[in-house]
Design a protein around this ligand. Structure first.
Ligand code: BGC
Length: 746
């Protein structure tokens, strides 16, 4: 599972530097098995407990807590990294005082790198899939499962918690994030963090901030106004910090308004630590540190995975008075404080066995609530097994597996790649990994009397021949995505557009199932009878898809990203690519060059706050499928809107299930601001899930956080709720808001 060569775009030479810079390593005294100082008094606050430890520590011990010791996944075992669990990062702790090391693993949609160690971890559906359920409780369950499995494997810190907004739907990490809206992404990531931290694991929120494209991520300099940043990407992080209380925030690779995020005082100190009062620690993205004095003063607390800046250089700067002792103590205090607050000292790591069956169950349930039904003509779905004699299943290796998202998020499937066994269940960087969850088998199991035929879907003529005459043709189409790359366009690759068209022309009862992390364009959208977006579906994806196809589960997911008609409608029709000099060091890097950083290449986010649907609304562009859209096998009616002003605006309405079967409707509440605010036409301000039996009606009340109705006033450097009339719109999709009211705020 060697992924280092390309890991994170970190040049090999630098990784060697991370690994080899052991010459400054401090000889560690033996680890005390359990901490026993006065700081173990649990009636004290995490801050008081951290202070008691800081008082006991030597300068060397303090500095040792500020950096990593290489990447245990790939490095040889050393005395320092030996206690680690061979994840991607490790900080040694304070062995003399019994303070454990911080053992970090990637865990975006499950614990990474398990296979190589002969372990197992559950692959949940991609984060974007879970987000499509708009379900904060599911986000908690998602986080808790990850926390439980991290702990079972011996880790005590996650590196999950991605909440970057989908500013560009071609971003290769879109599947790791939670969509294009800051209120939705912030609310969900907060619950995910709470879930993970409930398992005595330090939570993480990343990548702070504006790391919204992968291309040239180590060099790109994002320019954006403070107002637009605070109202868009940073609002997701603000909600995540305030409500999720993560132990750590990971600063990103890119520059923001001139400074690298990991040495950006505005981001780290002014906004995160002072304004949001974040009490935890900032950890660098892997190789994202570029200085000692500047980064330390800006608010970076921990360098990972190495120690190029935050060991010898840091100490030298401390001795020379360039870094004050109080700054060192603050970094150390923050790290220890999170360790106490998140329970990793009171509840030391203890390995146990993961329950894979419970994992499958959770993964399947979350996938079922995240699948989005995009089209369903003449009730083509759900399928009725009794009526089907022949079924054609076509494409995307649907005989054996379902695709997953790559990069540092990658979870290892049991037994390795379903289409290319790679031994030991390990996976490889930049390789498409298919989970052994077979849609073909899931379909056959639900239609035991039908003849189910499979066609690989590589040739339009053969696929059409397979589809012709079948009672139903189910075409699976996929687009893989990964960290470290962006998609050059939103088109399905491998001639899949032609294959879908050919199948749909051959068989009027064609169902398309998409396995993508990103929006895709659909030149064939009018042809098939039904379209399901199943995302990267996780360990038990096939059963979830089977249950939706055959109606055991009524789909309720809604899009968290707009699907545009074409790239021409995007704020940046052409993705800005870095010039060669800003693309990477290509192995010729020296640590000095790394310190200087790759030459900046500018990308102006001049669309500002107009991210996702706000852009399409403001520019009057009609998308293919709008934000918040998703169909069901039943129908809903909204009525009786009442809006009441107050400390929090209260919105009341009724949702009725007017169709034939039980379902869950995601009700969306949007607001338009007074004209003086100069904002896009509407923004999401609240949402809730309403479960309804056929014929049932429920009255729903939601309250709107004043901040979600406010603008960010740069002069005041604070949120400001303008007086005036606010429109309130409620419905089941951003383009179908049947209830309209208003409220006057003074
Ligand atoms: C990614 C992070 C990840 C880290 C450690 C970086 O390449 O951007 O999201 O946590 O590597 O693997």
């Amino acid at each position: 599972m060697k992924h280092t060569a390309l890991h994170a775009g970190i040049p090999v030479i630098l990784l060697l530097t991370f690994a080899c810079l052991t010459r400054f390593a401090i000889a560690q005294p033996p680890q005390k098995p359990h901490p026993t100082g006065p700081w173990m008094n649990t009636s004290l606050s995490p801050d008081e407990r951290a202070d008691l430890v800081v008082k006991e520590m030597t300068v060397d011990e303090k500095v040792a807590l500020l950096h990593g010791v290489g990447m245990p996944t790939d490095d040889p075992v050393t005395p320092e990294n030996a206690p680690s669990n061979r994840g991607v990062g490790y900080a040694v702790g304070v062995p003399r005082l019994g303070i454990p090391g911080i053992d970090m693993s990637d865990a975006a949609y499950g614990v990474r790198s398990s296979g190589v160690n002969g372990r197992y971890s559950t692959a949940l559906p991609a984060n974007v899939a879970a987000a499509s359920s708009w379900d904060p409780d599911a986000a908690y369950e998602y986080g808790a499962l990850i926390g439980r499995e991290l702990r079972a494997q011996g880790f005590n810190m996650t590196l999950g918690g991605g909440a970057n907004l989908t500013r560009d739907p071609r971003n290769g990490r879109t599947f790791e994030y939670l969509g294009e809206d800051p209120v939705l992404a912030g609310t969900l990531v907060a619950r995910l963090i709470q879930g993970t931290q409930s398992q005595n694991v330090i939570g993480d929120l990343k990548h702070y901030a504006l790391n919204d494209q992968e291309s040239g991520r180590n060099a790109v300099d994002i320019t954006i106004s403070k107002r637009a940043a605070r109202e868009s990407d940073l609002l997701a992080f603000e909600i995540g910090v305030e409500k999720g209380q993560p132990g750590a925030v990971m600063c990103s690779y890119n520059r923001v308004n001139g400074d690298f995020a990991c040495e950006n005082k505005w981001l780290l100190t002014d906004v995160l630590k002072k304004t949001w009062k974040f009490p935890g620690f900032v950890v660098s993205d892997w190789g994202g540190t570029h200085s000692d004095v500047k980064a330390s003063a800006a608010g970076l607390d921990n360098e990972q995975p190495g120690r190029f800046f935050y060991e010898k250089k840091f100490k030298d700067a401390l001795d020379a008075g360039k870094i004050p002792q109080s700054e060192l103590d603050d970094h150390v205090h923050r790290i220890l404080r999170s360790m106490f607050a998140d329970g990793v000292i009171d509840h030391p790591r203890q390995r146990s066995v993961i329950d894979p069956f419970a994992g499958f169950e959770t993964a399947r349930k979350i996938e079922e609530s995240g699948i989005v039904l995009l089209k369903n003509e003449k009730a083509a779905l759900p399928l009725s097994a009794a009526k089907l004699k022949t079924i054609a299943v076509i494409g995307s290796h649907s005989d054996v597996g379902m695709i997953s998202g790559g990069g540092s998020a990658q979870v290892d499937p049991i037994g390795g790649n379903a289409i290319k066994p790679a031994g030991q269940g390990a996976t490889h960087w930049m390789e498409e990994i298919w989970f052994p969850t077979s849609p073909l088998k899931a379909i056959q199991a639900r239609a035991p009397h039908a003849t189910v035929k499979y066609d690989a879907g590589t040739d339009p003529v053969a696929a059409a021949a397979a589809a012709k005459g079948a009672d139903v043709a189910i075409v699976f189409a996929y687009r893989w995505a990964s960290e470290g790359m962006d998609l050059k366009d939103l088109t399905l690759p491998h001639n899949q557009d032609a294959i879908i068209s050919a199948v749909a022309e051959a068989n009027p009862h064609t169902i398309v199932v998409l396995e993508t992390g990103n929006p895709v364009t659909m030149p064939w959208v009018d042809k098939p009878a039904a379209i399901l977006e199943a995302w990267f579906a996780g360990s038990d994806g096939a059963n979830a898809v089977g249950n939706v196809l055959f109606g055991t589960v009524n789909p309720s997911g809604k899009l968290v990203n707009t699907f545009p008609r074409s790239e021409a409608d995007l704020p940046h029709p052409t993705l800005k690519m870095p010039p060669p000099a800003s693309s990477g060091f290509d192995g010729a890097a020296t640590p000095e060059k790394w310190a200087a950083g790759l030459p900046p290449f500018p990308v102006a986010y001049d669309e500002g706050v107009k991210v996702g649907y706000k852009w399409y609304d403001a520019e009057n562009k009609k998308p293919l499928f709008p934000f918040g859209f998703g169909l069901s096998y039943t129908t809903y009616r909204y009525s009786g809107l009442q809006v009441t002003p107050g400390e929090k605006v209260k919105v009341m309405f009724t949702v009725a299930n007017t169709g034939p079967r039980e379902g869950t409707e995601i009700a969306e509440v949007y607001a338009s601001l007074p004209a003086a605010a100069q904002e896009p036409p509407k923004r999401l301000v609240a949402f809730t899930r309403v479960k309804l039996n056929p014929g049932e009606k429920k009255s729903v009340t939601v309250e709107i956080e004043p901040k979600y109705l406010s603008i960010f006033d740069e002069q005041k450097d604070d949120w400001s709720l303008l007086p005036g009339e606010y429109g309130i719109m409620v419905g089941g999709s951003s383009d179908n808001l049947t209830l309209k009211g208003s409220v006057n705020l003074k």
